[in-house]
Design a protein around this ligand. Structure first.
Ligand code: NAD
Ligand code: ZN
Length: 360
């Protein structure tokens, strides 16, 4: 038997207002005056002086604002890398991603592709990256995905939606400043928060479960219940705790795997562009036969927060389109193996998946 030996984020700053320390944390990492820091920032913060005024740009440092309307694409990473290389006198000192999973994944991917030849799509998969990434920093502004702690950056490429999973992917430095999440809209808060909840359920009920994953998963699940069900927390406590739930949920799946909701939501995302958080919610809502307890609680949380999920997403799809989604979902073998077991192909059929998609 061979056990995974995976890297963790080596440096973390936690605390409300910790983002104020950004300049002092970056300063010693500057390689030269010609070697800029590149900030990739969600364009939702474009005119937000409360956040932006705390970043002191020096020499050739640059901010690039990026929309998180669509999930990151391999071609988008390639374009960014080309632009950064062309406009920088020397290889950048670091990439700093500020935003949700979309911006965090872009920052990770760009930092990898600056030191690796070819196109981002060539590295989608497991352990294909040859050279270490440049220094990269993750600063989440919404909590739930666990992208701040994970060993992957999920990208949609020409052929598939798949992560660049490598030892060089995790951030060198993370800031966990829950104050940055204070203006997240309620529905988005729920969708991204539920990503964390689904990570917990899929990890804790999976066949890959072990004590490492279980302990992190239980911590994250208890926090999710406190935040989304009990509701006696102050706003600040809820923001801080969701930030830690996201972290622990990410740690839990690092040493296990996600499951059916993720597999099927990748299909929705690939074909229809459905975003990760809401996509997981749409799928999970129909998975009571696989995750009875988890789905029951999910429905309670949904109703407590007055969330109504889109219906009829797949109503007008052709057979060919269903096939595309089913192909994407079924290609994610480890997710099914974790959810069902080694013999998952005996119970999970294309017809079953089609029937599930038809309900969505
Ligand atoms: P996101 O980054 O897509 O952002 C969702 C929305 O929230 C956007 O409209 C964004 O502008 C807005 N937003 C973010 N912070 C805000 C703030 N402070 N105030 C107001 N609005 C704010 O959301 P997400 O759910 O965090 O990320 C989804 C992405 O993460 C997907 O691309 C998914 O594939 C990826 N993901 C990655 C991992 C990983 O381990 N790498 C894990 C799960 C998901
Ligand atoms: Zn997820």
């Amino acid at each position: 038997m061979s056990y995974k030996n995976f890297p963790m984020v080596p440096k973390v700053i936690f605390g409300r207002g910790s983002f104020n320390q950004i300049n002092e944390v970056l300063a010693p990492k500057r390689l030269s005056i010609h070697s800029p820091f590149i900030f990739l920032i969600d364009d939702v913060f474009k005119n937000n002086t409360w956040l932006l005024s705390r970043i002191s740009l020096a020499y050739d440092d640059r901010i690039i604002f990026i929309s998180a309307k669509e999930e990151p694409k391999t071609s988008q990473v390639d374009t960014l890398v080309e632009d950064i290389i062309l406009k920088s006198k020397e290889r950048p000192s670091g990439i700093i991603g500020i935003g949700g999973g979309t911006l965090l994944d872009l920052a990770k991917a760009v930092s990898i592709m600056i030191t690796n030849e070819g196109e981002a799509k060539d590295y989608q998969g497991w352990d294909l990256v040859k050279n270490a990434a440049i220094y990269h920093v993750g600063i989440p502004t919404i909590s739930g995905t666990g992208a701040e702690v994970s060993r992957t950056t999920v990208l949609t490429g020409p052929e598939r939606k798949l992560g660049i999973n490598s030892d060089f992917t995790p951030f060198d430095q993370v800031f966990l400043d829950s104050e940055l999440t204070k203006d997240v809209p309620n529905d988005q808060w729920f969708y991204t928060g539920m990503d964390c909840y689904v990570h917990c359920i899929e990890s804790l009920t999976g066949t890959y479960l072990n004590a490492f994953s279980e302990t992190y998963g239980n911590m994250a699940l208890d926090l999710c219940k406190e935040i989304f069900l009990e509701g006696n927390l102050s706003e600040v406590d809820a923001q801080e705790k969701l930030m830690m739930a996201s972290w622990h949920g990410g740690m839990s799946i690092a040493y296990s795997q996600v499951g059916i909701a993720h597999a099927m939501s990748y299909g929705l995302s690939y074909l229809l562009g459905t975003k990760h958080g809401i996509g997981n919610c749409i799928v999970f809502d129909h998975l009571e036969s696989y995750y009875p307890e988890g789905v029951k609680l999910f429905k309670k949380m949904k109703s407590k927060h007055n969330i109504s999920l889109p219906q009829g997403l797949c109503a007008d799809l052709s057979d060919r389109e269903f096939d595309i989604m089913i192909d994407v979902a079924m290609s994610l073998e480890p997710l099914w193996e974790n959810a069902i077991g080694k013999n998952w192909k005996k119970t999970i059929t294309r017809e079953k998946l089609k029937a599930l998609y038809q309900k969505m």
